[in-house]
Design a binder for this molecule. Sequence first.
Ligand SMILES: [Zn+2]
Length: 319
Amino acid sequence: MGYKKEYYIKALADIAKRRLTADELANSNLLSVYLAHPDIKALDDKMNALGLLAVKSAVKLSGADEIINLKKEYEIINAQKQELLNNYNISPSSLKPSYCCNSCNDTGYVNGELCDCVKKIAKEYYFNDLCEKMPLENSTFGSFDLSLYPDDARNNMQEIFNFSKEYADNFTTASKNLLFLGRTGLGKTHLSLSIANTAIDKGFGVIYGSSQNFFNQIQDEAFGRKQGDTLNALLECDLLILDDFGTEFMSTYISSAIYNIINSRILRSLPTIISTNLSLTEINNVYGERIMSRILGNYVIKQFTGKDIRQIQLLKNNT
Ligand SMILES: [Zn+2]
């Protein structure tokens, strides 16, 4: 998938920062070692000098023998240095920069091509931009309050909570699709975002947001009213969370885009979580049998119950 240039620029800036931090740390470790053990610095100075002599010999036609001798000398001094490091209990790796990416050593490029680590960061920036300002920080399993549910709903909600927590803890791109049904204010968004939080922490590419906004955006991009590649991002991400499914302004284009996303993600075995205020009958009426049968055959359905817990929470906070 291609991303806008700005995402790559941001990603490359991040990588450059990583490299600088690793270099600075290694440098400061080396300076401390030199201060404490001048004998190590003396050996390093000798090796640097031999390196320069080898460069000079390399440009001379008759320099081959000289280079072999210099190399031997270098190896002897290097062995002495390693012995000293060992005696002083200094790990040689602490004196070398420890880069995050082994493929490009945090330069961002491998053989002149952008490294995968840059693409990964650019993708994260793109996904973040797509995800709306949803209260991700406040929506965790720890902040889900089962005591707000009435007695007759609590067992069911406890079961859904446990199921969602286990789903999140064991999340992989082979996880199942989920359909959260239930009226507004029963905690569907809270649990979906808790799953998103856990999956993001595990390093998965998660896109979440209101179904209406995504499909409006996809339609606007298809008809050239906006720039972007939302459709592909929604098709490709590791976990897609469509909140408030059923609030879209339906058009022929949107209806086929919805089918495309639901169906393609099933075919690619990529998990999707849909939450909706609609009942199964209403989904069937709004989206038709084609979408309905894909959902029924491939989604685990959870029916949320209880009273609007946001109302109960408000009342609780005001007393
Ligand atoms: Zn890299």
